[in-house]
Write a protein that binds this ligand. Sequence first.
Ligand code: F0G
Length: 425
Amino acid sequence: MKEAKSKLVCLDCKKEYSPEEKTRFRCDCGELLEVISDFESFNRSPENWKKEFDSKKDEIAFLRYKDLLLPDLPEDKIVTLFEGDTPLFKANHSLSEKFGIKDFSIKHEGMNPTLSFKDRGMVAGVSWANHLGVDFVACASTGDTSAAMAAFAAQCPSLNSIVLLPEGKISFEQLSQPISSGAITIGLQTDFDGAMKLVQELTKKHPIYLLNSMNSIRIEGQKAIGIELLHQMNWKIPDWIIVPVGNAGNVSAIGKGIRELHDLGIIEKLPKLAGVESEKANPLYISYKNDWAELKPKKAENTIASAIQIGNPVSFKKAVRELKHFNGVMEQVSDKEIMDAKALVDATGIPVCPNSGVALAGAKKLRENGKIKEDESVVVIATAHGNKFSQSIIDYHKGENTYSNKPKSVKADLLEIENALGLNQ
Ligand code: F0G
């Protein structure tokens, strides 16, 4: 057997484990694990790494960057829905002006097959589950993780998925996804943090493979978001990358991926990283404001950004480490700011979800309060597609809001239509 390039290492006591262990998600000391891979063993110069990526332009993104993600995964175990290669939209002049950011782009992870960035983690997580030969995978979810896990698992006839959801707290579209993919779907009368606690107990007690982002294999898959972004930008580093934060896995993953690129000399400069939370669910923001103080879990209140309504983020420690490394900041935004920012972007034909709206509103706020300077370039990571949250769109536009585009209702009559269009004045 080839020697493994990756191991799982405890964030705290540095104890090492093999990623081949099927039920290992935390260290014996209770702390999170992370994947540490020996990239030096590839013996590639920075230029050769870049050439390697370029030579795989026609492969799926996961395979293109696989040596930096899961080098030990046998290629025939990959379960893909052709995720990745998501568009990088450059904001038009008018949108840039509204955000006060001249060089403003949006990397749209909602253009993935299950309409969120979770597909990046699941190509890694479900492929690894396939490699391990497990029978059951499970997750707790605010909607998008479960949609992605169920769809990828549905590609493997031998794999069954179990989904624990906070009942009534996810969108209809999100709920429809695991059901249609054949997952065992269980609603719980609790919030995400409650469901997360129970899925950890469940997967500890039974031989079920956990696919929340506390499984560090998933984090490796999500690193591709940042790596692909910089590759798309021809390795020109933006000044800021802005990410919405919930359970804090994604900001950790994007940070880890870019940090490793930097360590290997593939990029020479680091961007600054900003995490943004809803002010109704803001434990990282509070920690940041208190000089990155210890996590104080809180009960997340209802927010329009339902996918990040999380008060006890599992990957808190990883996120703080990355944010500090990238000279990063946290910001928080209100529901009104979220929906207004989302509406501005939606109106340019780029449909983003309210959780993406959190990062967009955060970008606007960070520019307004001067953290982002006038001539700095900004990339916002949009994490899911707007159509996963259509009720929020209808409610916003039917209501009296800053950018409402109220639908009209008239009799089925030409004159009435002409009147509605102002053509008879
Ligand atoms: N944006 C969307 C659309 C999400 O679904 C999530 C998380 C996030 C942002 C935040 O990412 O948790 O890694 O900080 N959704 C999880 C889920 C919790 O269950 O789908 P994070």
